[in-house]
Design a protein around this ligand. Structure first.
Ligand code: ADP
Length: 175
């Protein structure tokens, strides 16, 4: 499902964040050490190859809400934007920290004049953020940032399950 909002195409679809060949940048739901890990980080590092972790090492550690950018190595993209989401119930205020993730990811993308970026549902896996609340934050933050965007033309939310996709679709249809 797709919708164009102020010249930016926003898409929600089910898929694997490590297999997004039509996007210049993909976002990693990273850990503080920018290490390989599980979930999104595992999929991205496995597909990118060991050079990605080498590129990450000097940029680590990052704090919740921060984002850093590297090359994408064997991934079919030019850049990986690594965001550390808040651990739900531990990193406070979690809503503000999650908002910062999306804001900072867009900032890193704009700095490199990225035209297309794909996001996973940051913090909603191992970090335990309830998907509906996280979805609202991701949409509201991106919509609020759109007026500042100069380069980005296309943004996709890549969801891993049908249930998560339905929540994102409902949110996009309300926009
Ligand atoms: P976090 O630690 O930020 O919670 P996770 O990687 O554990 O990050 O999960 C974030 C979200 O990404 C979850 O909704 C999870 O189901 C989903 N996910 C896991 N693997 C992939 C993948 N390969 N592509 C897209 N989404 C994924």
């Amino acid at each position: 499902m797709k919708k164009t909002i102020q010249n930016i195409e926003i898409e929600v679809s089910k898929g694997d964040i490590a297999n997004q060949p039509d996007f210049e940048a993909v976002v990693n739901a990273a850990n503080a050490k920018l290490a390989i890990g599980g979930g999104v980080a595992g999929a991205i590092h496995r597909a990118a190859g060991p050079e990605l972790y080498e590129a990450c090492k000097p940029l680590a550690p990052i704090a919740p809400g921060e984002a850093v950018i590297t090359g994408a190595y064997n991934l079919p993209n030019d850049y990986v934007i690594h965001c550390l989401g808040p651990v739900y119930g531990r990193d406070k205020p979690e809503d503000k920290l999650l908002e910062n993730c999306y804001k900072n990811a867009l900032k890193r993308a704009e700095e490199k004049e990225v035209k297309s970026v794909a996001f996973p549902a940051i913090s909603t896996g191992a970090f335990g953020y309830p998907i509906k609340e996280a979805t609202k934050i991701s949409f509201n933050t991106i919509l609020a940032e759109i007026p500042k965007i100069k380069h980005l033309q296309k943004l996709k939310f890549v969801l891993f399950s049908e249930a998560d996709l339905e929540i994102y679709k409902a949110m996009l249809s309300e926009v």
